[in-house]
Write a new protein. Structure first.
Length: 267
């Protein structure tokens, strides 16, 4: 905890130092672009090295939780230094704008990933269930099988096929595979309303015995809803780095080219 605060406070102090230094340099009519540029490059290289650090978890230099804090604080510091370097939020020149777009996309995906990593595990715990991502397809087919067994038993016992027909027309779609992905992602209740509406529409056409089966079907749908929630949140938790990492790689490649061009043509 103390170390985390230390890293954040150092990043903030460093940013203030760089802001003051840049202002003084510019007031003395000198250019601060080259030093701020190299500072930014050093920070971004440090951020990009996170990938290598993750590939060697046993690397003794700094433990992985400190790397994580360094990375996040360094990411925010990079945004500040980037603004100092270009002197605004949006640069002039086509190549510089492409670089800025990549930089913003990369930092935005990092911030989004950070929020996802903080919020989604909490929401998964609050759901009161635990599902291993790789086992979700087999969990769904198991529920689907249980639902079909229930309908067979109902038809056999009551000699009526109202519930089974309704299942085939509407609920079968729901039980087939994960549904309501985006609603679950944003904490919506679309799936709960959907199931509730389908079941209550049907209830008045059923006799007392069939209603018992409908209640069991409803309970299965509730379990399926939790699995869908886990599927949506875990998919995003597992895959946001697929966006962040290539953006970081592209950003570093474009920066190296930018440095070469600046040193060859402008300095
Ligand atoms: C405010 C800005 C940023 C934030 C909040 C941020 C956040 C994150 C987070 C939370 C992770 C995942 C850590 C983990 O699960 O262990 C990560 C990974 C990573 N980030 Fe960033 N990031 C930012 C900017 C950047 C920038 C600018 C670069 C590139 C120069 C970068 C490169 C990387 C790399 C290479 C990884 C490791 C990916 C892997 O191999 O798994 N990030 N970032």
């Amino acid at each position: 905890m103390v170390r985390t605060w230390g890293i954040w406070i150092s990043a903030i102090l460093f940013f203030f130092y760089m802001t003051v230094w840049t202002n003084q340099t510019e007031m003395a009519l000198a250019s601060a672009s080259v030093p701020t540029g190299w500072t930014l490059f050093a920070i971004l290289t440090g951020l990009a090295l996170f990938n290598i650090r993750k590939k060697f978890p046993a690397f003794p230099l700094v433990n992985s939780s400190s790397w994580y804090v360094f990375h996040v604080a360094g990411g925010f510091l990079a945004i500040g230094i980037f603004w100092l370097h270009i002197g605004s939020f949006w640069p002039v020149g086509l190549y510089e704008r492409c670089l800025a777009i990549l930089f913003y996309l990369c930092t935005f995906s990092g911030i989004l990933g950070l929020i996802i990593q903080k919020l989604f595990p909490l929401r998964l715990t609050q759901s009161g269930a635990e599902y291993i991502y790789e086992r979700i397809p087999s969990e769904i087919s198991e529920i689907q099988k249980n639902a079909q067994d229930l309908l067979l038993a109902c038809t056999r016992e009551t000699s009526r096929d109202t519930l089974a027909t309704h299942y085939l027309e509407t609920l079968h779609w729901f039980f087939q595979r994960p549904r309501f992905f985006f609603s679950h992602l944003f904490g919506g209740e679309k799936s709960a309303h959907w199931i509730q509406q389908r079941c209550s529409n049907l209830e008045r056409f059923l006799n007392a015995q069939e209603r018992g089966y409908l209640r069991k079907l409803f309970a299965l749908a509730d379990v399926k809803r939790k699995i869908d929630l886990h599927y949506a949140l875990q998919t995003v938790l597992k895959s946001w780095l697929i966006v962040h990492l290539p953006l970081a790689a592209a950003l570093m490649a474009l920066i190296v080219w930018h440095i070469m061009v600046v040193h060859v043509y402008f300095l």
